[in-house]
Ligand binder design. Structure first.
Ligand SMILES: [Zn+2]
Length: 232
């Protein structure tokens, strides 16, 4: 049975409570600045966007998107997300990509941005920098990622929520559904980016943003993350 959107919402809600109950509780020793003056709110978004945002000096927000949960149930797509690549490249969870591990690491990643922000490691133009990965490594080394995964698995089983990579509810669009020159959009760090299809690969599509985003000339994107637009 493919996971439905209500189940995705319930899982995203679980990520919110896991963040405040496991990460917030366990993270006090991880950075040199005190967490206490800060208030972190976690919420569930209806789309795919999953991000951390600083709202004020002491006000912080983490948004977990329902459709992010849905998209991470697909093991092929999971490996394309930054969080999936981090698990593989940085050997988190012994380099093994699983759905609950990916969810737990998603919390670590966004919470890592929160710790990065309050400890002054949020460099201009460089978000996923060394300071950030030092923090995320520390979260994993402290055993918090394992604890998070156990929390998520335990609560999901109590609620009867599926926690495995599973079949997809809708067939994934194929890369060759797109053509070079087509106008498309995708979401990057919570904001829509318009771009032009440069090239169609076997599993992904190269898209050049119409306006520069970071230093990237183009992004390699899984077709399911692309929306098509009419030119002109
Ligand atoms: Zn990030």
């Amino acid at each position: 049975m493919p996971i439905d959107i209500q189940q995705c919402k319930a899982i995203a809600t679980l990520l919110c409570s896991a963040t405040t109950e496991v990460l917030w509780q366990g993270a006090h020793e991880l950075v040199a600045v005190p967490l206490d003056p800060h208030r972190l709110r976690c919420r569930v978004g209806s789309g795919e966007a999953t991000y951390y945002r600083r709202l004020g000096r002491h006000q912080h927000l983490i948004n977990y998107g329902c459709r992010m949960v849905a998209s991470k149930t697909d093991p092929e797509v999971a490996a394309l997300w930054l969080t999936g690549r981090e698990i593989l490249r940085r050997n988190y969870f012994a380099g093994e990509l699983s759905f609950p591990g990916l969810l737990a690491h998603t919390c670590c990643h966004e919470f890592g941005h929160f710790l990065q922000s309050i400890s002054g490691g949020l460099g201009r133009g460089s978000i996923h920098n060394q300071a950030f990965y030092r923090i995320v490594d520390r979260i994993h080394a402290a055993g918090l990622a394992q604890e998070l995964r156990a929390y998520i698995e335990q609560h999901a089983s109590l609620l009867g929520l599926p926690l495995a990579f599973g079949p997809q509810s809708t067939p994934r669009p194929r890369p060759d559904a797109f053509e070079p020159g087509e106008l498309v959009s995708f979401e990057y760090r919570g904001s829509p980016v318009m771009g032009e299809v440069l090239r169609v690969n076997r599993k992904t599509v190269n898209v050049r943003p119409l306006r520069p985003v970071l230093a990237a000339d183009y992004f390699r994107i899984s077709p399911q993350f692309l929306a098509r637009h009419q030119k002109g």
